[in-house]
Design a protein around this ligand. Structure first.
Ligand SMILES: CC(C)(COP(=O)(O)OP(=O)(O)OC[C@H]1O[C@@H](n2cnc3c(N)ncnc32)[C@H](O)[C@@H]1OP(=O)(O)O)[C@@H](O)C(=O)NCCC(=O)NCCS
Length: 154
C-alpha cells in the first residue's frame, strides 16, 4: 500500500489535476483553464461564493487525487463539492474518503454544514461512495448532507 500524503493545492499542481480530470472527460487545456480559473476566483460555478479550496493526495511527487469545494447559495445549500477524482490505479484504497474528510473539515471551519454534490445517477461508484459517507437524495441529479460533519465522525 503506497504512503499517501494530503495537502492543499499549490499552483504548480494544476497540470496534474487537469490530467486526472481529463482521463474521464474533456482535454488537458480545457481542465487547466477550468481548474486554474476556479481556484484563482476567475471562473465560478452557478451561485458560488468566492470562498473555495482544493486538497490533493500525493504518492511521493505524484498527484493521485484531488477534491474541490466552495461556498454557495445553490439549491438552498451552504457549500458545494465541485470535483472529486482519484487516479484509476489508486482507487478503492480510501483516498477519496480522506480527501472528503479534509473538505468536510474545511466546510465546518467556514461554519457551513448543508453541502450538495452533483452526481450522475448512473455513476454507481460515486453514488455508493457518497451514500456510504452519509449523503442523501436532494433531487435526481444531486445528493446532499444536512450536516457534513457526519463525515468527520466516521
Ligand atoms: C468515486 C471515486 C472518487 C472513489 O474514490 P476511491 O478513492 O476509490 O474511494 P474510497 O476508496 O475512499 O471509497 C471506497 C467506497 O466508494 C464506493 N466505490 C468506489 N469504487 C466503487 C466501485 N467500483 N463499485 C462500487 N462502489 C465503489 C464504495 O462505497 C466504496 O466502499 P467499499 O470499498 O466499502 O465498498 C473514484 O472512483 C473516482 O475518482 N471516480 C471517477 C470520478 C468520479 O466519478 N468522481 C465523482 C464525481 S461526483
Amino acid at each position: 500500500m503506497p504512503a499517501i500524503q494530503y495537502r492543499k493545492i499549490v499552483s504548480t499542481d494544476i497540470p496534474a489535476l487537469a490530467a486526472i480530470r481529463s482521463a474521464n472527460w474533456g482535454d488537458l487545456d480545457y481542465w487547466q483553464h477550468r481548474i486554474s480559473g476556479y481556484i484563482n476566483g476567475e471562473l465560478h460555478p452557478q451561485q458560488a461564493l468566492m470562498q473555495r479550496d482544493i486538497f490533493v493526495a500525493t504518492d511521493g511527487d505524484k498527484i493521485v487525487g484531488f477534491i474541490a469545494g466552495h461556498l454557495t447559495k445553490r439549491l438552498g445549500c451552504e457549500g458545494e463539492l465541485e470535483w472529486l477524482d482519484v487516479a484509476e490505479d489508486y482507487r478503492r484504497m480510501g483516498i477519496a474518503s480522506e480527501l472528503l474528510k479534509l473538505l468536510a473539515d474545511w466546510f465546518v471551519q467556514q461554519n457551513c454544514f448543508r453541502i450538495c454534490v452533483d452526481v450522475d445517477p448512473k455513476n454507481m461508484k460515486a453514488q455508493n461512495f457518497y451514500r456510504k459517507h452519509g449523503a442523501e437524495n436532494l433531487n435526481e441529479h444531486w445528493l446532499f448532507w444536512k450536516d457534513i460533519s457526519v463525515v468527520l465522525n466516521n
